[in-house]
Design a protein around this ligand. Sequence first.
Ligand code: BG6
Length: 487
Amino acid sequence: MSEISNLCDVIIFGGHGDLAFRKLMPALYHLCNDGYINEHSRIFSTTRAAITQEEHLELVKTKLKEFLAQGQFDEAKFENFKARLHLVKVDLGNVESYEELSHLLGENPQRERISYLSTSPDFFGAICKALSVWRLVTPQSRVVLEKPIGRDLVSSRAINVEVLKYFEESQVYRIDHYLGKDTVQNIMALRFSNRIFTPLWDASNIDHVEITVSESVGVEGRWGYYDEYGAMRDMIQNHLMQLLCLIAMEPPCSLDADSVRDEKVKVLKSLRPMSAADIQQKTVRAQYTKGSSNGQIVPGYKEGEGVANSTTETYAAVRVDIDNWRWNGVPFYLRSGKRLRNRNSEIIIQFKSIPYSIFANKGSCISQNKLVISLQPRESIQLKLMNKIPGLSEQMRLQQVDLELNSPTNEERKPEAYERLMLDVIRSNPTLFMRLDEVEAAWKWADIILQGWAENIVPMKSYSAGTDGPTAAVELIARDGRSWHDE
Ligand code: BG6
């Protein structure tokens, strides 16, 4: 039997936006139906649209049918869920318009309040201010900020300063949904509950690390947003950086939020800032052109809505160096892009070669050991090891085999990242959320590259939609005598 949470009011600002329908409502639907949310809790969706409560419920239903995984929509469960759904009209930038919300929330002033800001970051300050003006910020309130928090260090600071005028840092939950993925959390379990990896996890044994998040989808109608941000701001500065931190951090002294976040910040502060020459050598930016994806001809990025002259990258690759004792000399190669051949996210820990091969002269090829952590489409962890090919051949022949480290699960359904994170906000557990100093340290590093790109010191490359990305990314790693793990 699942726990029942405290009574709470969840307010989704941007309640009719893409993220709200695609991720937040499905997460809340499952949490309610699996008994994690108290049945008297309420979920408010804010919108400016002239729409009635009945129309809102119909819309949520249609979207749940669209975005829940196959077979997960159930009429009876929806009836149960819908009893908690409320529509409230709010014009985000207009304080006066929060009156109705204030009245509704004021009915139960003692409740825990979770304001989920699923809007453009331009509204974060205004929403927090309005909540404060209407006295809706109580010690039991929490605010969830969706990424991206700003476009650079300066704008991110400005947003955080605004939010922190009305909320304490301990009440602010900066979400990075990659941290809610089960396999991502498993990185900590793998590293810190197994003795076997401890002595190997450093520059003496690891050759390099690769982090890839490749998407086959394009911008999916989010042109206005995406064109302002691009792959570096949308993916690398946050999701890939968080993955890098979990791989690179020292063991925290406990699992409490600040101990984990302290260790992640140390990694971010150790990232080697790039010189102009480094930016030219170690970064790649590219934009996709017309191509074919899943057997369909798809247009190039610049053929999207209002982006004909865009210089926004849809692909970024970068070599990251970490200046500390553990990682000195171990490059981390990061890459992420849209409209690529496959949807594939994985982390590769590539170990060094054995010091000397007694097999080499006998026609056997020894591949380096690799730990392959796959996040999607399939979640799995494999350790690639050498093994003897069974048989009587005179010379010992070897092959690489996979040791699969997959946990058996009793759950019928794997919870989505947003479910885990939403529940953590309800439980007041900020471990999987980013602290202010983490966000700032990541921007500080990314800003230098973005500035170099803005000055055009790295040419924009192109790649055809549906391919593996620009050849410049292959050259980036090849320059160091290495190649991407592409299986
Ligand atoms: C979001 C980005 O944060 O993550 C999107 O804004 C991206 O552009 C998405 O598509 C990828 O998430 P996932 O979980 O599908 O890998």
